[in-house]
Design a protein around this ligand. Structure first.
Ligand code: SF4
Ligand code: SF4
Length: 284
């Protein structure tokens, strides 16, 4: 069962919930894997402290044009939605940083002038942390192929047990790539006007993708009632509430797991697991 932990904005406690959930499932004796798809700034490793056993270079295919074979028809440039290949008179220029590696230009080129060239975009680390299988992506500095790297990391998703996907924040292409195919999405938010605004966007995204989802409210005792009211109105289930507890912030600041530092919080993750199991039973 793939469970994506996502959030319309950064700093809501997504990684805290994702890592503690993975850790709780492992302590319960179940197979679990944590995948950090927040590849621009992966930080789940700070809490899980995995032993990395393997690091792979991730690369994507970008077009390479053989000028001798190009007749300047312009079909590649007409097809590309990202302006990553442009035909000017009889010269074809490529812009690797804009390329989404869809392969379309290679397919439409009538003369076979375009071939694929592999370009590195980052790394995928694989390992384990105290019963939790671990995978994370690390995007090369300055690279923009975030969805491409997320695709690479997700190829390492375990075929059995629970897979907890820590998605990047926001609602753009990288998040969609991370949550795509998940059996369940947990949207983490805060009870503030900013939290509500970004939750609305995130709900729109998962509804568009037709993914089952629920909400977790972090720092649930700050702010106001607007997030809960919105969830009520929209018939969205709130499956986890974590209060604004200074001890959690202290555990976070030294890279400690909440369920280890504050065992009283295990019950909240136990209840969340039960809820997820119900969805898992429906999925299977
Ligand atoms: S592979 Fe796709 S995105 Fe890249 S240049 Fe070709 S058509 Fe454009
Ligand atoms: S589609 Fe092929 S032949 Fe036509 S302009 Fe592009 S590279 Fe040249």
């Amino acid at each position: 069962m793939q469970i994506a932990i996502a959030s319309g904005k950064g700093g809501t406690g997504k990684t805290t919930i994702a890592t503690n959930l993975a850790c709780y499932i492992a302590r319960s004796g179940e197979d679990v894997q944590y995948i950090d798809c927040d590849v621009e700034e992966p930080n789940g490793h700070i809490f899980l402290k995995p032993e990395i056993s393997e690091t792979q270079t991730a690369a994507i295919d970008t077009p390479q044009v053989d000028a001798e074979r190009c007749d300047g028809c312009g079909k590649c440039s007409q097809l590309c939605q990202y302006s990553a290949i442009i035909c000017l008179k009889e010269t074809v220029m490529t812009f690797e940083q804009l390329c989404h590696s869809c392969g379309g230009c290679m397919l439409v080129c009538p003369t076979g002038a375009i071939t694929a060239k592999q370009g590195p975009i980052g790394f995928v680390d694989l390992g384990a942390a105290d019963g939790v299988k671990f995978a994370q992506g690390r995007l090369n500095i300055g690279d923009i192929h975030t969805p491409g790297l997320i695709k690479h990391v997700k190829q390492h998703a375990a075929k059995r047990g629970y897979v907890i996907i820590d998605a990047p924040p926001g609602t753009s292409c990288p998040v969609i790539e991370a949550v795509k195919g998940a059996d369940f999405v947990l949207l983490v938010t805060e009870p503030t006007p900013f939290g509500l605004n970004d939750l609305r966007l995130a709900v729109g995204m998962v509804r568009e993708l037709k993914l089952p989802f629920a909400v977790a409210i972090n720092r649930s005792d700050i702010g106001d009632e607007q997030v809960r009211r919105y969830c009520d109105q929209e018939s969205i289930e709130v499956v986890l509430e974590i209060p604004d507890d200074r001890r959690i912030a202290e555990a976070y600041s030294v890279g400690e797991m909440v369920i280890e530092a504050l065992p009283g919080y295990r019950k909240k993750f136990a209840d969340l697991c039960e809820r997820l199991k119900m969805t898992g039973d429906q999925v299977s």
